[in-house]
Ligand binder design. Structure first.
Ligand code: GLC
Length: 521
């Protein structure tokens, strides 16, 4: 008898990303909080997701809205208290929802006590917990590395006459993972949350964590064009994706596995490099290196078919796939592909093989918000304005009702009036809404092992139509997606239509922007 080992919980799970500042505000200060999340868990249960990933909730001066952590084992008072967190975790678990936090290991806040100590003198015991270098021989930064937010990746500290490395803002000094004490302290911080019961972490900019030991200049990028964002002037050859990062990821994995927790790594790299973050059989690394193919792909059937096929083919033995349509850093899917195709994208995300991650608001089909110039908050936009790099448009508060319903006070970013008709309450009662489509898709996925964890094959494009089969050895499902705005006919085996983006299903010809899920006879 063949015994199939049980699948880890996160194989069949769908993850929902909460951007906590903008999810729900319980106390009227205009900033979302943990109690707000706890009060609204019914939305996630009705939606049918299995796990939440909450963007950072730790004490922070908010220079980068929480991605500048001043204490890895606390809760920022704007979000609540540790007791609020424990209550949220208990409530989520009671509802069958797992909770992932956001671990930010590449850098801390400059207000973290470790950095305050580190910068206090060259011989402070914590000096080496951060990356300090002398100025270049002629003065100026130690090398040509550029911050991801533009400008040099170094800040001069006059008190001790050295530069510190910072891949993002000056308020986000890079931690030195080559230092064993720092490494132990950070793993302790992860352990702190695992012991409280968290089910995993999304790991921020994992591929940035280690820098080349000799700090050589990065080579110029031959493809750089004005308007791209200054970081692209050089290739990040020596400042990211260094071989030493893999042992660190393996240490994190070893810890996470002791708690049956999942690690999702944020890594923007080409597929062959991305795959290395799965690690090896002997030294596994993150369970799910985030796969951003659908964020980066041109929206046409041929390119999507190629990307799906190439990604699947590149997976290492035992490596479990994952898919993402959007997050708090990238333009929303409804804006990238339009409202009609965003419904097709929902079917794609929830029928591909692998763990899907859904960004808050995408289940409502929200487009990027218009944020008036005088309301801009994002340091990315403020540092390199006008290039379209700002992230505020994807971070505005979630519209719960026709009046907003996010806060009783003044929201930290305004709700775009165009978002109000797309509110949760209105869509919940509308059988044709995007929210209803997401609920039906998630319910079908949950009820259908072939869709949740079955194999994928026969991925191909025919004109504007993308199609593939999901199969668990017992049942076969064909997914057919019309990426175009014209009717399309393709031949496929007979079957029963289980779901269409267009409510009433006629399988003979695909209507414009229609996606179907069929159970093959
Ligand atoms: C990640 C986060 C982004 C943040 C950056 C620096 O890319 O997703 O929001 O600004 O890291 O921490």
């Amino acid at each position: 008898m063949i015994v199939t080992p049980p699948q880890p919980w996160w194989h069949a799970a769908t993850i929902y990303q909460i951007y906590p500042r903008s999810f729900a505000d319980s106390d009227g200060d205009g900033i979302g909080d943990l109690r707000g999340i706890a009060d609204r868990l019914d939305h996630l249960v009705a939606l049918g997701v299995d796990a939440l990933w909450i963007s950072p909730i730790f004490p922070s001066p908010m220079a980068d809205f929480g991605y500048d952590v001043a204490d890895y084992t606390g809760i920022d008072p704007r979000f609540g208290t540790l007791a609020d967190f424990d209550a949220l975790l208990a409530k989520a678990h009671g509802l069958g929802l797992r909770v992932l936090l956001d671990f930010v290991p590449n850098h801390s806040s400059d207000q973290h006590r470790w950095f305050v100590e580190s910068r206090s003198s060259r011989d402070n015991p914590k000096r080496d917990w951060y990356i300090w270098r002398d100025p270049a021989p002629g003065g100026g930064p130690p090398n040509n590395w550029i911050s991801d937010f533009g400008g040099p990746a170094w800040t001069f500290d006059p008190a001790t006459g050295q530069y510190y490395s910072r891949a993002f803002l000056p308020q986000q000094p890079d931690l030195n993972w080559r230092n064993p004490d720092l490494r132990a302290a950070m793993l302790d911080a992860m352990r702190f949350w695992f012991e409280r019961g968290v089910d995993g972490f999304r790991i921020d900019v994992l591929w940035h964590m280690v820098k080349h030991v000799d700090f050589p200049d990065n080579p110029p990028n031959p493809d750089f064009r004005e308007g791209m964002g200054e970081m692209h002037r050089v290739l990040q050859l020596h400042s990211t994706d260094q071989p030493e990062v893999h042992a660190i990821a393996a240490d994190m994995r070893e810890l996470a596995d002791r708690y049956d927790a999942v690690l999702v790594g944020e890594i923007y790299l080409p597929v062959p490099r991305l795959m290395t973050y799965y690690g090896s059989v002997d030294a596994p690394e993150v369970h799910l290196p985030f796969n951003f193919q659908l964020i980066e792909a041109g929206w046409n059937a041929a390119e999507l078919a190629d990307r799906i096929t190439d990604y699947e083919a590149a997976l290492p033995t035992g490596g479990w796939p994952n898919w993402v349509l959007g997050n708090h850093d990238r333009p929303r899917i409804a804006t990238r592909v339009g409202a009609a195709q965003a419904r097709v994208a929902a079917v794609l995300l929830l029928t591909l093989r692998g763990t899907p991650t859904l960004y808050q608001g995408d289940e409502l089909g929200l487009p990027d918000a218009q944020v008036p110039a005088d309301k801009v908050q994002d340091p990315r936009e403020l540092r390199e304005p006008g290039l379209g790099l700002g992230r505020d448009p994807v971070r505005t508060p979630l519209p719960w009702t026709g009046e907003g319903g996010f806060t009783s006070g003044a929201p930290w970013l305004p709700i775009d009036p165009a978002h109000l008709p797309l509110n949760v309450a209105a869509q919940a009662d509308d059988p044709h809404s995007m929210l209803t489509l997401y609920r039906r898709l998630l319910a079908l996925r949950r009820a259908t092992p072939a869709l949740a964890t079955g194999a994928i094959h026969d991925v191909r494009a025919e004109g504007d139509v993308l199609t593939y089969v999901r199969n668990d050895g017992t049942d076969r499902y064909r997914i057919v997606l019309n990426l175009g705005h014209q009717p399309a006919a393709i031949a496929f085996e007979p079957g029963t239509v289980l779901l269409s983006t267009h409510d009433t299903a006629t399988a003979a010809t695909l209507r414009p922007d229609e996606a179907l899920i069929l159970k093959v006879d």
